[in-house]
Ligand binder design. Structure first.
Ligand code: NI
Length: 173
């Protein structure tokens, strides 16, 4: 089932998420949420989607940098923690909750993350390039942080002003 993607302005996007409780690991509800999140992300042509973006304030994110081309590229991170980030890459970033706006953002070039699988198995993942960027972006979402926080205040205010105008015209909800 496709879920509604929450847009910038909804407080859920700027609220730190609660961990997925251990008791929910492996449940049909968690599995179906993950599968709905993948479906929603693919339909929106995204490469990552975090639970708060579908209005659920839980530390859960789905990622696929191939956009569905390669099933083995599917990544699910439950209660992730970034262990380390090294180097720097600068590249354009967007967000399904802030459609139409893209800006250059600096991120570590390699990132090591620890997370649980849907079944509650602990895993560690080493990532680089786009995957490292997406992991940082999605883990930020779980802390209530948007990519707008990583760009200059000038650009941020410009984007916020544009969004306010879109809202006034009823083109942002
Ligand atoms: Ni995003």
């Amino acid at each position: 089932m496709r879920l509604r993607i929450v847009k910038y302005g909804d407080p859920v996007l700027e609220t730190p998420c609660e961990p997925v409780p251990e008791g929910e690991f492996g449940t049909p509800e968690l599995r179906s949420l993950v599968s709905d999140m993948f479906e929603t992300m693919y339909a929106a042509s995204g490469v990552g989607l975090a639970a708060p973006q579908v209005g659920i304030s839980r530390r859960l994110t789905v990622i696929d940098c191939t956009g569905g081309e390669d099933r083995s590229a599917k990544v699910v991170l439950v209660n992730p923690t970034i262990l380390s980030g090294e180097g720097e890459q600068v590249g354009e970033e967007g967000c399904l909750s802030i459609p139409g706006f893209r800006e250059n953002v600096a991120r570590p070039s390699t990132v090591r993350v620890r997370a649980f699988t849907v079944d509650g198995e602990e895993q560690e993942l080493e990532s680089e390039e786009l995957l490292a960027r997406v992991i940082c972006h999605e883990c930020d979402h779980l802390d209530g942080v948007l990519f707008l926080e990583h760009i200059s205040r000038f650009k941020r205010e410009w984007i916020k002003r544009k969004i306010r105008n879109l809202k006034k015209r009823g083109e942002w909800d």
